[in-house]
Design a protein around this ligand. Structure first.
Ligand code: S3P
Length: 165
């Protein structure tokens, strides 16, 4: 069975997918990287040149390919859950885990690197909180299990997922 990680930007999806893949000797797949490979440009460049709608179309395309993978740990982009078709495709492709982070951690972990177009120009804690609130119901709708990642380290999160399966 695939394990699919959803959650807000900087919730640790990519790090956890790599950690889990190493621990379980399974393959890791990162949908943001799949998008970049297909577009042959970075995500900021995609947003800049063809815009968010074209990015979301490409994101939907790679999301629908998830069902073709087996026993893979899949990290999604934070906005993958925005479209209903994607939420359905994710749920059909495996066990979907929502990594729920805190606005404080999002701010902390995105402060230095500016590779996320939607967080461009230092966002206030209030801006981040509002963005997260808007998406909360969508993460809940797309996932089978929610983990409050700010309460655990990687190993504990790994154990929670392993015991849930
Ligand atoms: C986005 C999250 C990003 C990336 C893009 C849009 C979003 O992925 O897909 O910048 O809408 O939340 P990460 O969650 O890996 O940062």
């Amino acid at each position: 069975m695939n394990i699919i990680l959803v959650g807000f930007m900087a919730s640790g999806k990519s790090s956890l997918s790599r950690y889990m893949a190493t621990r379980t000797k399974r393959q890791a797949l990162d949908l943001d990287i799949e998008i970049e490979k297909r577009a042959q440009m970075s995500i900021p460049k995609i947003f800049e040149t063809v815009g968010e709608k074209a990015f979301r179309d490409l994101e939907s395309y790679v999301t629908k390919l998830c069902k073709n993978y087996h026993n893979t740990i899949i990290a999604t982009g934070g906005g993958c859950i925005l479209r209903e078709e994607n939420r359905r495709a994710l749920k059909e492709a495996g066990l979907v885990i929502w990594l729920n982070t805190s606005p404080e951690n999002v701010q902390k972990y995105t402060a230095k690197r500016n590779n996320r177009p939607l967080l461009k120009g230092d966002k206030s804690l209030n801006d981040i909180t509002q963005m997260m609130k808007k998406r909360e119901a969508l993460y809940a709708d797309s996932s089978h299990l929610k983990i409050d990642v700010f309460q655990h380290n990687l190993e504990e999160i790994f154990d929670i997922i392993q015991s849930y399966k």
